[in-house]
Design a protein around this ligand. Structure first.
Ligand code: ADP
Length: 272
């Protein structure tokens, strides 16, 4: 069942001098198994939006439906939502705290009260899903590289077996190699499982290469939601929204290499 977002609004600090309309009438559909790229300039509302998807923030207007149920209905089980929608925050490695990779990844399933065999199975599977070797299982997370730590943190969320995995700026602070590795791994994870991915980024380069659908946010509104090459037809508007032109050009080349023609309102790929 898709996630349906209907006229969602969110206001920070309402009726104060700091009032901020962070989300304005957001209408969105996220389908099962889709790889969605959520993109927008810093401050466009991406983090605010994803925190609604697992109930961390409660809308100040509008509705969200998960598996056909209104998540703001009185009898809706938020715990169930949180178990189905896994959220990987920015710099998730800052939340690692256990002495071994095993303990960190197994923390969530253990707290679900599962038996030891199930906890072990989920832990090993999640570690494999993020491309870490089993030999790392007893390592201290703090001995690992930045990219590896991040994978451990993602494995901890995957061990909860979510249906939807939301990653907020998963490449932030990584070098180009680490960035490519983590994106490739997320893409592989998506291809090999039925999981829905929502990848949040301010970088077109990060999202457009893998996403089936791009959601472009600007100043609290969704301005486009379509396939990457349809979104790129609005090249000029993307540029005006601070989604840097070189990034768009780069992705246009990528799509051309994959045999997907891109028509833009600004320039042809040859001129770019
Ligand atoms: P993004 O993730 O796209 O960078 P955010 O969702 O973090 O955007 O922010 C959207 C808007 O809401 C911004 O103007 C930001 O300053 C504001 N904002 C975010 N968090 C808070 C908060 N806790 N209190 C007040 N305003 C906030």
């Amino acid at each position: 069942m898709p996630i349906i977002i209907d006229k969602l609004q969110y206001v920070y600090s309402p009726q104060t001098a700091y009032e901020k309309h962070a989300l304005k009438d957001i209408n969105l559909v996220i389908n099962d198994g889709e790889f969605v790229g959520l993109i927008g300039h810093t401050g466009s509302g991406k983090s605010t939006l994803i925190q609604h998807l697992n109930g961390l923030l409660r809308s100040t207007g509008g509705k969200i439906y998960f598996n056909g149920q209104d998540i703001y209905e009185k009898d809706f089980n938020m715990k169930y939502l949180r178990s189905k929608v896994g959220l990987v925050f920015q710099y998730p490695e800052h939340q690692l705290f256990e002495t071994t990779v095993y303990k960190d990844v197994s923390f969530g399933p253990k707290n679900l009260g599962l038996d030891q065999l199930e906890v072990d199975m989920r832990t090993y599977e999640a570690i494999k899903m993020v491309g870490l070797g089993e030999d790392m299982i007893d390592a201290s997370p703090f001995e690992l590289s930045g990219g590896q730590k991040r994978r451990v943190a993602i494995a901890g969320v995957l061990a909860m077996k979510p249906e939807v995995l939301i990653l907020d700026e998963p490449t932030a602070g990584l070098d180009p190699k680490g960035r490519d590795e983590i994106l490739e791994q997320i893409n592989k994870l998506h291809k090999e499982s039925n999981i829905t991915i929502v990848l949040v980024s301010h970088s077109m380069e990060d999202v457009a290469k893998y996403a089936d659908k791009l959601i472009v946010m600007n100043k609290g509104s969704v301005v486009f939601q379509d396939t990457p090459h349809k979104v790129f037809e609005h090249y000029k508007e993307l540029e005006m929204m601070g989604l840097a032109a070189p990034q768009v050009t780069y992705v246009m080349h990528e799509l051309k290499d994959r045999g997907i023609p891109v028509k833009t309102d600004a320039t042809t790929i040859e001129e770019a």
